[in-house]
Write a protein that binds this ligand. Sequence first.
Ligand SMILES: C[S@@+](CC[C@H](N)C(=O)[O-])C[C@H]1O[C@@H](n2cnc3c(N)ncnc32)[C@H](O)[C@@H]1O
Length: 232
Amino acid sequence: MLKTVWRRLRSNRSRTILSSLAAYEHWANQYPPHAHNAVMKAEEATMRALFPPLSGKKVLDLACGSGRYGLIASAQGAAFSIGLDNSVPMLRQNPMELRAVSTSEKLPLASSSIDVVLCGLALGHLRELDASMSEISRVMKPNACALVSDFHPFIFLNGQQRTFTTTDGQTFAVEHYVHLYADYHQAGRKAGLRIDAVLEPRLGQLQEVQFADADTRTGTPIIIAYRFVKDV
Ligand SMILES: C[S@@+](CC[C@H](N)C(=O)[O-])C[C@H]1O[C@@H](n2cnc3c(N)ncnc32)[C@H](O)[C@@H]1O
């Protein structure tokens, strides 16, 4: 499984790079609301390791796509979970009760209304983090937390890309911007958020991701996940 995933991440600079909106328009019909490849499984295990108790909490699944984290939050007893995403085709795949079209840069939610923000594998699609981090912070209650995951910068600095293959066999890359730990730290600080935990699972460390290609060293971090808190 990982070999397939890794092939999808590999560099091929002749590939057309689609904007996030264009990519998910083509990809949505193959994007079920659960972790459906080895990298997503590793990412989800990492996010779950950072979860606070979700029972009774007001949860925002930001850039929810087909609703993976919102559904997990509901299954864990959240008071409600709302999903926001800027891709209509992704939201059509999303069975969450509460969902709406929205960019992460301007959220249609009241200030200080959310206990937990879950944002999986999305902020890497954004050229800059400040506007989204500022909105995440605005909607968080005091003492709330935000969990944000991204592909690890090492993957992209080694020349790999995020890719997907359409049902008619065309492979595209998807726009992705490298944000280092320092970038997330600084965008968080500007927005009034502090990183209180960070995890960087490596190839070979997690049960879900144990088979590397010959040219992918065991020990390479593949995902980075942050927990931001809003101090009062
Ligand atoms: C890799 S998918 C992840 C979906 C979901 N978070 C998950 O982990 O299963 C990235 C999602 O981010 C959404 N996205 C990208 N840029 C966005 C933006 N500026 N505002 C809101 N959603 C965005 C895409 O439409 C897509 O659904």
